[in-house]
Write a protein that binds this ligand. Structure first.
Ligand SMILES: NC(=O)CC[C@H](N)C(=O)O
Length: 207
């Protein structure tokens, strides 16, 4: 029997409900995380889309910044979508100077990178390890892109065409996954299923 991993969704701000539903249908037990005790109980964490500077502020208010950094440094599997990607990054361009981030993924991201004309758009993406023959409809909402990746960061997807062609929009480094787009707002559960597998694999590595 495959054990059910317990995955938390950081529930300070953003599209928490959508991630809970997506994780649930991808086979995880999904719970909201607002307190350190809840954070302690999870096998993986999702940081949702929303507004990264607000989320950063609330992490401090709820006393979660240090505990979350500590669990991430200890190898807790994490997935961030959009603002969540920004929160996980080691370096952020175009943010507020007082915004704190979690430094769990060796990338440089640019906030609101796609500019005015294409602030919100959709495109079909191929994502390494996630999509096979059928690409995924990806929804971008005032999204960041990844401007630089460090050693050990795998690029999983790039924008295929249009003014932002070639921009990196999905990455993985070890136990940390991030996408510029929002798979939680479509019915496609493949990114969440991929993350649930990452969490399972960490808990129960092959003998
Ligand atoms: N949809 C999103 O999560 C947008 C992210 C937002 N622009 C930020 O900077 O945090």
């Amino acid at each position: 029997m495959t054990p059910t991993p317990r995955i938390g969704v950081l529930a300070l701000q953003g599209d928490v409900r959508e991630h809970l539903a997506a994780l649930d249908s991808a086979g995880a037990e999904a719970i909201t995380v607002r307190r350190a005790a809840e954070l302690e109980s999870v096998d993986g964490i999702v940081i949702p889309g929303g507004e990264s500077t607000t989320m950063s502020h609330l992490l401090g208010v709820f006393g979660l910044y240090e505990p979350l950094r500590a669990r991430l440094a200890d190898g807790l599997p994490a997935y961030g979508s959009c603002a969540g990607m920004i929160m996980l990054a080691s370096n952020i361009l175009d943010t507020r100077p007082d915004a704190r981030h979690l430094d769990a993924l060796d990338i440089t991201v640019r906030r609101n990178a796609f500019g005015r004309q294409v602030e919100s758009f959709e495109t079909d993406l191929e994502i390494a390890g996630v999509t096979d023959e059928v690409p995924m409809r990806a929804v971008f909402i005032r999204a960041p892109w990844v401007e630089k990746v460090g050693d050990g960061v795998e690029v999983l997807a790039k924008v295929p065409d249009g003014p932002a062609a070639g921009r990196v929009v999905a990455v993985r480094q070890g136990q940390v996954l991030a996408t510029s787009f929002h798979p939680e707002v479509t019915g496609d559960r493949r990114v969440h299923a991929y993350f649930v597998d990452m969490v399972r694999h960490r808990r129960h590595p092959a003998p």
